[in-house]
Design a protein around this ligand. Structure first.
Ligand SMILES: [Zn+2]
Ligand SMILES: [Zn+2]
Length: 242
């Protein structure tokens, strides 16, 4: 926490270079990427989106095939951007080292989105645990949690606490798995902690870096709902849109 504050102070006094190419311009100072790279990561805006998972739709239906055909336990997904290759790379950059400019850029629009979520009267937020210990409280494993900013802004704007009712029971990770494998794997990935059994808050905001198949989020939502939660809203930096 202290080192992040210190880096912010440094950023205030020293120029902020583009998180991709390292150049400095008006854009990089403001949003963490230079003008050229900002244009390069831009994704096209679809005309319609699924009411539940927010994925782009090609016809006039209100819910996509995915959300229509499965038992969906989450209520609604909010993603700041559709993922493309460059944005995916940016997110990996954010995961592998402390990339302050990148975190600024990926978080653009988060305050506006969170202010919209104020009306939902959320009770708490959670991060999907990917290790047995929570990343935020375990800075040794990873210097910078990509979801840290999601959590910090949620706490600040919505005034809700971070809770960790789930524990990871499987050491496997979702990355590198096929679509169907993800669903099978997600089914046994977590358990509810004893103290949260049947005592989960009513309205939860689930924070994650990227919404891919929705398998993890859906399984986490299922467990939370089994234990007292009424609605699970999801907020991610990116969503996979194809
Ligand atoms: Zn650049
Ligand atoms: Zn959908």
């Amino acid at each position: 926490m202290r080192s992040l504050f210190f880096l912010r102070v440094l950023d205030f006094f020293f120029p902020l270079l583009c998180g991709i190419c390292g150049r400095e311009d008006f854009f990089s100072l403001k949003i963490g990427l230079c003008k050229r790279c900002t244009n390069a990561v831009r994704t096209s805006k679809p005309s319609a989106r699924c009411n539940v998972c927010f994925s782009p739709l090609s016809d006039i239906s209100v819910v996509c095939g995915f959300c229509d055909s499965r038992n969906i336990f989450f209520t609604k997904v909010y993603s700041l951007r559709d993922r493309n290759d460059l944005l995916g790379e940016l997110l990996n950059k954010l995961k592998s080292n402390h990339e302050y400019p990148v975190s600024i850029f990926l978080s653009l629009g988060i305050r506006r989105t969170l202010r919209r979520l104020k009306t939902l009267d959320l009770d708490a937020c959670i991060l999907l645990p990917s290790y047995s210990k929570n990343k935020i409280f375990n800075p040794v494993m990873r210097p910078f949690s990509p979801n840290k900013r999601l959590y910090e802004e949620s706490k600040r704007i919505l005034g809700i606490p971070l809770i960790d009712p789930l524990i990871k029971t499987s050491p496997e990770r979702q990355a590198g798995k096929s679509f169907s494998e993800r669903f099978f794997h997600a089914y046994s990935a977590w358990e509810i902690k004893e103290k949260w059994k049947n005592r989960c808050p009513s309205r939860i905001l689930l924070l994650d870096d990227v919404f891919t198949t929705g398998a993890s989020v859906n399984e986490a939502s299922r467990i939370l709902k089994k234990n007292g939660t009424k609605s699970v809203y999801v907020l991610t930096y990116l969503r996979v849109s194809d």
